[in-house]
Design a protein around this ligand. Structure first.
Ligand code: GLP
Length: 266
């Protein structure tokens, strides 16, 4: 596991955006060999999306040969719902870059057939072979995508019921009214995320410190889904200083020391 510790949110966002651009460019994607990018929602990736849009507008990166798969969607919300993840992604990223609409994949929250929707999503990912880079955030309870504590660590795309903690945390996008937050969602599984060639998780603020502690120093446990990253061959967590508040000083020193010696391009 790689742990990138940056001073603040802005530095994390810039680092993550540069890394995404570096991955896409070094892959040299073409229409027949697109780069497959897994994406997430939430407030954490907003800075990274803004940076990527800036880089696109400066001509530094193109998404013409990038195919995306988003992690999750609320059941009952459609593309026109301003709280849907479809809407979020278009508003905050897709509408501002050159990605063709046909390259964008999101789970359909309005589907009547959940099992088919989820299987089709898994099949669509497999049709490209593998997701090259899956970017996610993390909940304060350690959930990744919407895989809440207790989720099977080998789970695939499916329906999940949200915990009260997540409903409460996400109510800020619903006028702070928990009754407006959908209670069930479609989400890729932990196994789906783990199948990606590379996984990058973004975490900011001391609300995420406990999850980062469990991810980096804890043991692998389904009650802290993010801890499964320890089993991935190529996982990176990008976080700010406050998100390291529950790590041992030694751990922080260790990861910072490694980064000082590494890859100038990132
Ligand atoms: C939601 C999303 C997750 C995201 C999490 C954290 O639950 N389904 O993918 O990681 O929120 O969100 P935030 O970045 O706003 O803290």
């Amino acid at each position: 596991m790689r742990l990138i510790i940056k001073k603040n949110y802005e530095d994390c966002s810039v680092w993550a955006a540069n890394y995404v651009a570096y991955c896409i460019k070094s892959f040299r994607p073409t229409p027949n060999k697109p780069f497959i990018l897994g994406l997430c929602t939430g407030s954490t990736p907003l800075g990274m999306y803004a940076e990527l849009i800036k880089m696109y507008k400066q001509g530094k990166i193109s998404f013409a040969n990038v195919v995306t798969f988003n992690m999750d969607e609320y059941i009952g919300l459609g593309p026109k719902d301003t709280q849907s993840y479809y809407y979020f992604m278009h508003e905050n990223f897709f509408n501002h870059i050159d990605i063709p609409q046909k390259n964008i994949h999101l789970l359909n929250g309005l589907t009547k057939n959940y099992a088919k929707e989820c299987q089709d999503y898994e099949d669509a990912i497999k049709s490209y072979g593998q997701i090259n880079l899956f970017i996610g955030g993390v909940g304060s309870d350690g959930h990744i995508a919407f895989n809440e504590p207790g989720s099977s660590l080998t789970s695939r795309t499916r329906v999940k019921t949200l915990t009260s903690e997540t409903i409460d945390a996400n109510s800020r996008f619903f006028d702070y009214d928990i009754s407006k937050v959908p209670t069930s969602v479609l989400t890729v599984g932990i196994g789906t995320i783990m199948d990606a060639q590379e996984v990058m998780i973004l975490a900011n603020g001391d609300k995420k410190a406990r999850a980062i502690h469990h991810a980096v120093e804890g043991s692998i446990n389904h009650m802290w889904p993010i801890s499964i990253l320890q089993m991935h061959q190529h996982s990176t967590i990008v976080c700010d200083e406050p998100a390291t508040n529950e790590l041992k000083a030694d751990t922080v020193r260790y990861f910072k020391d490694i980064e000082k010696k590494l890859r100038p391009e990132t």
